[in-house]
Design a protein around this ligand. Structure first.
Ligand SMILES: [Fe+2]
Length: 431
C-alpha cells in the first residue's frame, strides 16, 4: 500500500511510497537535544522505472521547480531543484528501482554553492602530516587515528577535508599548520586566510577537532565560505556520534553564520574553483524502503560520506572511515566502473578490511591517514594487504611521516612536495 507523501514537493503518482520519513539531521544546527528546522528529510518510492523518474522531473518543473544540477551515469540519475525557496534532490537508483527524494531546508542551493573559476595556480592536494601515538595506542596525550587533507585551489582558496584530533594539535603542530596554510596560499599575515570550502566526512572528533582549534584561536583571521558534510541526525543515531563534533558545528555557526551550508547526497557534483567533488556515498543510502525511518548501520563509522575529488584530469577517492557495512550498501547499489580513481584515501586509518572497495577503486596510489607503524601492527597488516595489492611502484604515503603534496603533472598524479612532520604528544594548548 502506498503511504502519504510528506515532503513539500509534488507527490509521485507512480510506484509505492514507503511508509515513513527518514531524518538526515541538520547541517550546522545543534540537534543534540531535539530535531531542528534544518533537518533534512527523505522519502522512498519503490517500483519505479526511468520513465517514471523523467515524468517526475517534468511534474516538478510544472509545479514551479527550478533545476539546480543534473548528473546521470550508466545506472542512475540525480536531479537537484529548488521549490518555494527550499532545496531538494530527486534520485533514481536503477538497481533498486527506487526514487528517493531529499528535502534540505535552510541550505544553499547547489547552483549557488558551486563556483567555477580557473585561477593561475597549480592545484595541489596535500595529505597533511599528523602526529600518531608511536605505540599505536590512544592515551591522554596521543591518538592512533585522525586525518586532514588540504587542497590549494587554482584561485588560491583552500578546500579542506576533515581536521585531525585535538591530541594531534600541540602548540608546535598548530603553529606549523598556521604557517603552512599561509605559505601555500601566499597569504600575508595581515590578510585573512580564505577557506573556500570545509568538508567533513563524519561526526567523529579525530576528523572535526582541528577545525574547532582553528576557529577558537584564529576565527578573526580566516574566512570560511562554505561548509558541507553528510552527518547523520544525532536523534536518529546517537550511538557513536561524538559530541565534540557538535561543538565544532556550534563554533562554525557562531563565527561564520553566513557561510553557505550544504548537506551531501550521493550523486551531487560540487564545484570549488577548478576542482570537482562527486559524492559517491552518503549514510542515507543504507536506509531501506522496508523500514524508512531507521538507519540500519551498527558502526557509526559507516555514516562517513565518500567523495571523489578531481584534480586536473586525475581523481582521488576519500573513503573517510568507511566500513564493511559501507561496502555492503555500495555493492547493492552501484558497479565497480563507477568507482575508479587514481588514488584512494585508505578507509578508517587502515583499521577496516575493505577488499571490495579497494578492488572496485583499483587505485595505483594510496594515501594513508595513519603512521607506518600503525598500519603494520599485527591486526592491521591484513587490511593493508588489500590496499597494497593494487598499488603501482609502492606508491603509499603515510600521514604519520609528514606532509605530501600531489598534483596532476603531465597527466600523472605525482608527489611534488614533501614537508617533514611537526608535532608530538598533546601539550594542553587548547584546554
Ligand atoms: Fe577516524
Amino acid at each position: 500500500m502506498t503511504a502519504e507523501w510528506k515532503l513539500n514537493c509534488p507527490a509521485p503518482d507512480f510506484g509505492t511510497i514507503a511508509d515513513g520519513v527518514f531524518n538526515m539531521g541538520p547541517v550546522l544546527m545543534d540537534d543534540q537535544m531535539h530535531t531542528t528546522e534544518q533537518d533534512a528529510k527523505m522519502q522512498i518510492v519503490s517500483g519505479v522505472n526511468r520513465q517514471d523518474f523523467e515524468r517526475y522531473v517534468q511534474t516538478v518543473l510544472a509545479a514551479g521547480g527550478s533545476k539546480t544540477f543534473e548528473n546521470n551515469n550508466q545506472l542512475d540519475s540525480f536531479w537537484g531543484f529548488t521549490l518555494n525557496g527550499t532545496s531538494f534532490q530527486a534520485s533514481f537508483r536503477s538497481v533498486k528501482r527506487e526514487l528517493r527524494v531529499c528535502e534540505d531546508p535552510l541550505v544553499t542551493p547547489m547552483d549557488a554553492f558551486n563556483y567555477s573559476v580557473q585561477g593561475s595556480r597549480q592545484t595541489v592536494l596535500y595529505q597533511y602530516g599528523l602526529y600518531f601515538d608511536p605505540d599505536n595506542r590512544c592515551t591522554d596525550k596521543t591518538m592512533n587515528c585522525g586525518m586532514m587533507y588540504i587542497v590549494r585551489l587554482s584561485d588560491n582558496g583552500l578546500f579542506l577535508i576533515d581536521s585531525g584530533h585535538l591530541y594531534q594539535w600541540n602548540q608546535q603542530a598548530f603553529d606549523a599548520l598556521w604557517s603552512f596554510l599561509h605559505e601555500i596560499t601566499d597569504t600575508p599575515e595581515n590578510e585573512k586566510l580564505r577557506i573556500a570550502g570545509w568538508y567533513f566526512t563524519h561526526a567523529h572528533n579525530d576528523h572535526t577537532d582541528g577545525c574547532g582549534c582553528l576557529l577558537n584561536r584564529y576565527h578573526d583571521k580566516i574566512t570560511v565560505e562554505r561548509i558541507f558534510h553528510g552527518f547523520c541526525s544525532y536523534q536518529v543515531h546517537p550511538n557513536g556520534y561524538e559530541l565534540e563534533s557538535q561543538d565544532t558545528k556550534r563554533l562554525l555557526l557562531k563565527y561564520f553564520p553566513d557561510a553557505m551550508q550544504l548537506r551531501v547526497h550521493t550523486g551531487q557534483r560540487i564545484r570549488l574553483a577548478d576542482v570537482e567533488i562527486e559524492v559517491l556515498y552518503a549514510h542515507e543510502d543504507a536506509v531501506s524502503a522496508d523500514a524508512p525511518e531507521e538507519l540500519p548501520l551498527r558502526d557509526f563509522n559507516s555514516t562517513s560520506s565518500i567523495i571523489r575529488v578531481h584534480i586536473g584530469k586525475k581523481s582521488v577517492i576519500f573513503l573517510g572511515d568507511a566500513t564493511a557495512e559501507t561496502e555492503r550498501v555500495v555493492s547493492g547499489l552501484s558497479v565497480p566502473e563507477l568507482w575508479k580513481a587514481d588514488a584512494v584515501q585508505v578507509g578508517h586509518h587502515c583499521i577496516n578490511y575493505l577488499e571490495l572497495l579497494y578492488s572496485w577503486i583499483g587505485a595505483p596510489m594510496a594515501l594513508m591517514p595513519n603512521s607506518y607503524y600503525g598500519c603494520h601492527t599485527e591486526q592491521n597488516l591484513r587490511n593493508l594487504s588489500c590496499v597494497l595489492k593494487h598499488l603501482k611502484n609502492d606508491q603509499i604515503y603515510y600521514e604519520g611521516s609528514g606532509t605530501y603534496g600531489f598534483a596532476d603533472v603531465d597527466g600523472q598524479l605525482q608527489p611534488i612536495a614533501e614537508v617533514p612532520l611537526t608535532g608530538g604528544p598533546y601539550d594542553g594548548y587548547f584546554d
